[in-house]
Design a protein around this ligand. Structure first.
Ligand SMILES: Nc1nc2c(ncn2[C@@H]2O[C@H](COP(=O)(O)OP(=O)(O)OP(=O)(O)O)[C@@H](O)[C@H]2O)c(=O)[nH]1
Ligand SMILES: [Mg+2]
Length: 407
């Protein structure tokens, strides 16, 4: 039985309770960078977050970041408007250095797997305490700026990762392209991504964006994929202002300028607009798949071979997803239908009251018309009487007129 209550219950305060709880717990987010060696992964991580933290100590000279040789996780705490954010930044060694690059993804996959395993163990404990969530929420995949599209290794690597993490492809060192070249290269990469059925992060997934402005911004994110980024740890003075950028004989690139590269868009995606969506997707879909396989006892050590094993857990998850999608579609349709009916009712009410008003006006005019007609008829009768009287008395206008005889 379903009832609609119209009285005050008090749950209108619920959003503020959720907000307060979130603020007191703080937020945790893990970002991983992956790609061939020397593409600027470590530099980008520094540019994204660390430079903001050390902004009071501007680095006038480029800091040489050593080659990354192991998976390094850095934990950074950021406080903004009394809200705590703990960022885990996972830097990985570049691959494609060796002659034989087969299975070069294993250490990275193994790291992602270990973090899921860690979370699974913590949440499965009988006595659970507050624990850290170190699952990788987003993985930035660096594509080489060679202008020739995805390499076989990129395709294999991305396909190994795409159902374990949220994958966002980015073009490294975008300063090596002119604007037109970059647009063409993006188109080529998107074709490669589609042709190879690589699943990248779905920007429209259960979007938390609600107003038109946010949605148009989200469309801008989608239009600019894959993001062409430039990283820099160097602070340059331009017209008295300090900017993070790179200097060339022909000019300066301000990495935060949206007309120079997509770095600030990427930052907006990660921090301002999609952090919660990225986390939700990991928790409700990708980790859920891991958990289901784990409980079914179907997990390979790196769960890399899971793709080929059409196991019951996968089918169940697909079924759940379809059902959830159906529910969302049904409720959207129902909402649209209700809105349409309400609109119709409002229009009919307006039409009704319009009609009533018009009827009243018409009645009023009819009364006036009848009154006018009556007055006119009275005047007419009076006029006829006065003319007849005048004729009889032989005077017009009160004067007597002598009648002429014809003979
Ligand atoms: N032109 C240009 N150079 C960059 C950019 N980002 C980084 N570099 C330079 O590229 C070199 C390698 O940068 P890293 O950040 O160490 O690259 P990495 O991908 O972490 O390298 P590995 O750890 O070896 O995999 C450095 O000299 C950086 O200054 C960029 O956007 N444009
Ligand atoms: Mg590095």
């Amino acid at each position: 039985m379903e009832k609609v209550l119209s009285g005050y219950v008090g749950f209108g305060n619920l959003p503020s309770q959720v907000y307060k709880k979130s603020v007191s717990n703080g937020f945790e987010f893990t970002l991983m960078v992956v790609g061939a060696s020397g593409l600027g992964k470590s530099t980008l991580i520094n540019s994204l977050f660390l430079s903001d933290i050390y902004s009071e100590l501007p680095q006038i000279n480029e800091v040489n970041i050593p080659k990354t040789t192991t998976i390094e996780s850095t934990r950074v705490h950021i406080v903004e408007n009394e809200i705590n954010l703990t960022l885990n930044l996972v830097d990985t060694p570049g691959f494609a250095d060796c002659i034989d690059n087969s299975n070069c993804w294993e250490p990275i996959l193994s790291y992602i797997h270990d973090m899921y395993e860690d979370y699974f163990e913590n949440e499965s404990k009988v006595h659970r305490t507050l624990f850290e969530d170190r699952r990788v929420h987003c993985c930035l995949y660096f594509i080489s700026p060679n202008g020739r599209g995805l390499k076989d290794l990129d395709i294999t690597f991305m396909k190994v990762l795409h159902d374990k993490v949220n994958l966002i492809p980015i073009i490294a060192k975008a300063d090596t392209f002119s604007y037109d070249e970059l647009v063409r290269y993006k188109r080529l990469l998107l074709q490669d991504i589609r042709a190879n059925s690589i699943k990248i992060y779905d920007f429209s997934y259960k979007c938390t964006l609600i107003d038109d402005k946010d949605i148009s911004l989200n469309n801008k994110f989608i239009e600019r994929l894959p993001f062409g980024v430039v990283g820099s740890n160097r602070v340059i003075e331009v017209d008295g202002k300090l900017i993070h950028g790179r200097e060339y004989p022909w000019g300066i690139i301000d990495i935060n300028n949206i007309e120079h590269c997509d770095f600030s868009l990427l930052k907006d995606v990660l921090i301002r607009y999609h952090m919660q969506n990225l986390k939700d997707l990991i928790h409700t879909k990708l980790y859920e798949r891991f958990r289901a396989h784990k409980l079914d006892g179907n997990l390979s050590p790196l769960y890399g071979s899971m793709d080929n094993t059409e196991c019951s857990a996968d089918l169940r998850i697909q079924e759940d997803e379809l059902e959830a999608e159906y529910r969302v579609r049904y409720s959207n349709l129902l909402n649209r239908h209700n809105i349409y009916i309400n609109d119709l009712k409002t229009n009919m009410n307006e039409f009704d009251s319009d009609l009533k008003l018009q009827q009243q006006n018409f009645d009023l005019q009819q009364v006036e018309y009848i009154e006018e007609k009556r007055t006119f008829e009275e005047d007419h009768v009076n006029f006829v009487i006065s003319v007849t009287d005048t004729g009889r008395s032989g005077s017009i206008g009160g004067k007597r007129v002598a009648k002429k005889s014809k003979h």
